[in-house]
Each structure stands twice: as structure tokens, then as C-alpha cells.
Design a binder for this molecule. Structure first.
Ligand SMILES: [Zn+2]
Length: 270
């Protein structure tokens, strides 16, 4: 694209541009729906970047009729002349703030200010919970439909069956759904083998129902808790990985496994 075809003050080559997240000045001249402040002290991690991209989708769908949404999506970034852009700023890990384009002195440059006490720090989702457009129920539904981005609180789950139905990488109570187990006789069928070969777990669920068991881990990788770890990861200072295994009867096992990718076996706690 030439300059004329790139009429934005966002960084064209920034990887976040691929996610339709503009990386632009704190006070951008282009009226994006939402942008990320390129002067931030820290960059969004992968999940945060996807959360911001999802929030832009949410705002686009909230504000505009379908035809206009489609027109916006034909451009690389979402821009609307009448929009009071929200610019997101990351101070550090789980420490976010924002500003609106129309803010003038004596409004703070960013809200919350950086020097808020640590217990006032906001994660990107906690910040969006406060500043998002639209009724809370609509935003809550949006988040619930995207459990791989927006963590599900333990209080929101009323039965183990709801956990078994979650997709891989769903975030629940500080952990990530890492593995799902179906009975062997189900997995031996042609449609199941096909779904596994294509790594299409949703096709598996459609064909055979929810898994018999699921494993959550704090880092989203699989665990092998049936054998003891012998590689002593505590000597490397790597944090232990929490795991929980659930069936329809409830939490069947929990504990810690080795963080070493080639091991992932059970660690003796206590
Ligand atoms: Zn180990």
C-alpha cells in the first residue's frame, strides 16, 4: 500500500495490525473505534491482543448496522468519523488504563493514573468491564461465548457438566482447558479418527457428545499426572503447574505437575 492507501497514523507493520488493533499515538488523529497506545511501557501479550481485537468486534457490532459493519471490515482498521476513540495503554502486567480522544485538561491523561496502588491495578478485561459500551448483560453474553479469551469465574459454573462442554483453551478459575478425554470405543470410529486427524475437537463434540473427563492446567499445556516427576524442576526456579481433572461426578484429581514440557509429571506437594 502507498501512503494514500494507508490513511492512518497507526503502524502499518505492527503485528497487532493483522488483528485490526491500531498501534497509534496516545492522542491519535485517526478516529479509530479503539486503539493501543504505541508509547505504552509494555506490549499486550497474545491473549490481551486477542481480547482487544474481540472488543473491537464487539463495539463494531454494537454501534453499527450490518451493512456498515461490512464496509468497516473491508478496510484494514475500524475507523468512524464520529467516534470518540478509546485508546488503551498498558503500564505493565495486568495494569491497564485508557483515554478518550475528547478528553481535555483538567481530565487526567490516562485513567486510572499509573500511581494507583497495586490493588487498584486493572487487567485488560477488568478495564473493559468498566468502560465497555452497551448493557452489562450484552457484554457478559459476549464474554461467555468466548471462554478461550474471557475467563469464566468459578461462581459462574453450576455443574461439572458445564466444564466438560467447554472448548479447548477455555479459561476457568485461573486455569486453561488443556486436554479432553473420550471413551476408547468412541474414539475408534471413523468420524472420530477423522476429527482427531483434522484436530477438529468441536466436530468430536458434535459427533460424540461431551468428553468423559477434562484436564485444566495453569499454563494450558497437557499434564501426565499418572507418574512421578524425577527431574526436580524446583532447582530451576520454574513455577509448578497446577492441574485439575474433572468428570461429570466433579473434581476427580488435583495437584501440581512439572513445568518441563518433556516431563509434565506429578510433583509431590507438602
Ligand atoms: Zn519433571
Amino acid at each position: 500500500m502507498t501512503t494514500a492507501e494507508w490513511p492512518y497514523d497507526a503502524d502499518r507493520d505492527d503485528p497487532l495490525t493483522q488483528l485490526r488493533v491500531p498501534v497509534a499515538p496516545l492522542k491519535p488523529n485517526t478516529p479509530y473505534l479503539v486503539s493501543f497506545d504505541r508509547g505504552s511501557a509494555a506490549r499486550p501479550n497474545d491473549v490481551e491482543a486477542s481480547v482487544i481485537a474481540s472488543y473491537i468486534d464487539y463495539e463494531r457490532q454494537y454501534w453499527f448496522p450490518v451493512d456498515y459493519q461490512r464496509r468497516l471490515q473491508e478496510s484494514p482498521l475500524d475507523v468512524d468519523d464520529y467516534h470518540n476513540t478509546m485508546t488503551l495503554h498498558k503500564y505493565g502486567p495486568d495494569h491497564w488504563a485508557y483515554r478518550r480522544a475528547t478528553w481535555e485538561y483538567p481530565h487526567p491523561l490516562l485513567d486510572p493514573a499509573k500511581d494507583q496502588t497495586p490493588d487498584k491495578h486493572l487487567s485488560i478485561v477488568a478495564l473493559l468491564d468498566q468502560v465497555r459500551v452497551g448493557p452489562e448483560i450484552r457484554w457478559a453474553r459476549w464474554k461467555r461465548q468466548r471462554p478461550e479469551l474471557f475467563e469464566i469465574a468459578a461462581s459462574a459454573i453450576t455443574s461439572p457438566a458445564e466444564l466438560l462442554a467447554l472448548p479447548l483453551q477455555a479459561r476457568y478459575d485461573g486455569m486453561i482447558l488443556a486436554h479432553r478425554v473420550w471413551p476408547d470405543d468412541v474414539l475408534d470410529t471413523t468420524p472420530a479418527k477423522d476429527a482427531i486427524a483434522r484436530e477438529d475437537h468441536d466436530a468430536l463434540i458434535r459427533a460424540f457428545g461431551v468428553p468423559r473427563a477434562v484436564t485444566f492446567t495453569s499454563d494450558g499445556r497437557d499434564a501426565h499426572p499418572k507418574a512421578w516427576c524425577e527431574c526436580h524442576p524446583e532447582q530451576d526456579g520454574a513455577p509448578w503447574v497446577r492441574y485439575e481433572r474433572w468428570t461429570s461426578d466433579g473434581r476427580e484429581a488435583h495437584g501440581y505437575v512439572c513445568p518441563t514440557i518433556t516431563c509434565r509429571r506429578l510433583l509431590q506437594s507438602g
